[in-house]
Design a protein around this ligand. Sequence first.
Ligand code: 6PG
Length: 477
Amino acid sequence: DKASIGVTGLAVMGRNLARNLARHGHTVAVHNRSEQRTRDLVEQFGAEGEFRPTYSAREFVDALERPRQVVIMVQAGAPTDAVIEEFAPLLETGDVIVDAGNAHFADTRRREAALRERGLHFVGTGVSGGEEGALHGPSIMPGGSVASYESLGPLLEDISAKVEGAPCCTHVGPDGAGHFVKMVHNGIEYADMQLIAESFDLLRGALGYEPAQIAEVFRTWNTGRLDSYLIEITEQVLAHTDAATGKPFVDVVADQAEQKGTGRWTVQIGLDLGIPISGIAEATFARSLSGHADLRAAARGLAGPARTRLSGAEAERFARDVEQALYASKVVAYAQGFNQIQAGSAEYGWNVDLGAVASIWRGGCIIRAKFLDDIRAAYAAEPNLPTLLTSGEFRKAVEHGQDAWRSVVSTATRLGIPTPGFSTALAYYDALRAERLPAALVQGQRDYFGAHTYRRVDREGTFHTEWATEERRERET
Ligand code: 6PG
């Protein structure tokens, strides 16, 4: 009998997805450019389920029942195009190609349009959860046609993570919607990681706590509203001691954060769509700043504040305040990310259900958290919510925490501890709630030097002031 799905590209992510499918009772055709990986998979894990090892593109395609479902798990970019071109000519009308890698959504849109012309379905799907997730249940964000989801959806839902019985997989929307949502997931991931890292830095810098003590603080936080995978692994990383030196692990790691680029994409697209995702942008810049060793070495001697530690009552409250600041800043980062999805959905006509996205991020993915169920509920109650910040529980929590949030940002500023994530989140909050913004002055400046015109608060129309004449005159343009 034929396989119900096939996976080509058997590096660890592809291999684990194939194993996950097989473990759920699906017959999986497997294929890899170099044959050894295929043999290894079947040799090591063949007992887990029904695998059909194949050693050529033709053999792979012939092993699949129709409509064929071919999952590609290779490097994003040119390698993905190459593999598509290898298989597409062998497929027939109605067959489905699934790209489960971290592709740029614009590439996915291009590929989907081209393959649709050839009668094939192309599903760009986000898969989050790393190697472990791929094997035990990832969060899956498929795009592509509704028709493709009819055959593919049940399989993907079957192997996805489950939260209270609900699969962490849904049809996100057409063409590139799935990869777009995965991109924003990663942007939020960057922001969340940065905020957690700043919390660590504050507790260490302002209070002088050791990493093991801070691990303990995170362990406590993880029992409350911050309960999440990222806080949990932070605790583990901070509690870890380097075997070779006996020092805290975090102290022997070079302090230069790297990135494969999905965060950068999120920021680029945020700029293109005109959506202020300052939290994600600051997190991305913070990584790039950390990597500039020469710049940092050159600036290391610059003067800082005389006082760098907290003491007394301030110190006593501080950890609690940091928890408040972390929570509030996190709400901002997620609010911005969801606004970006909303904007992408409007721009490309995807009709993405934000509550459904929050729902499938509750389990399996890197940003999985208790908090995401609150976001799901917020969008369920009000699908066109302008920002999470004004929604019931979030509003209450952030308003309740704002004094602590302000105090943490000002303490950080006084002590010279950089908190770009906390600071930008607070600035976003204050800018959104401001009655008037100095943007009015910026418009005046633009009109002065470039006759760029402005709108008025009291009249419709577009205006320009004749700045050069003796008596400055306003006129409608
Ligand atoms: C996930 C992760 C995964 C990966 C990213 C981030 O959702 O499972 O986001 O996609 O870890 O590529 O990596 P960088 O930090 O290197 O950008």
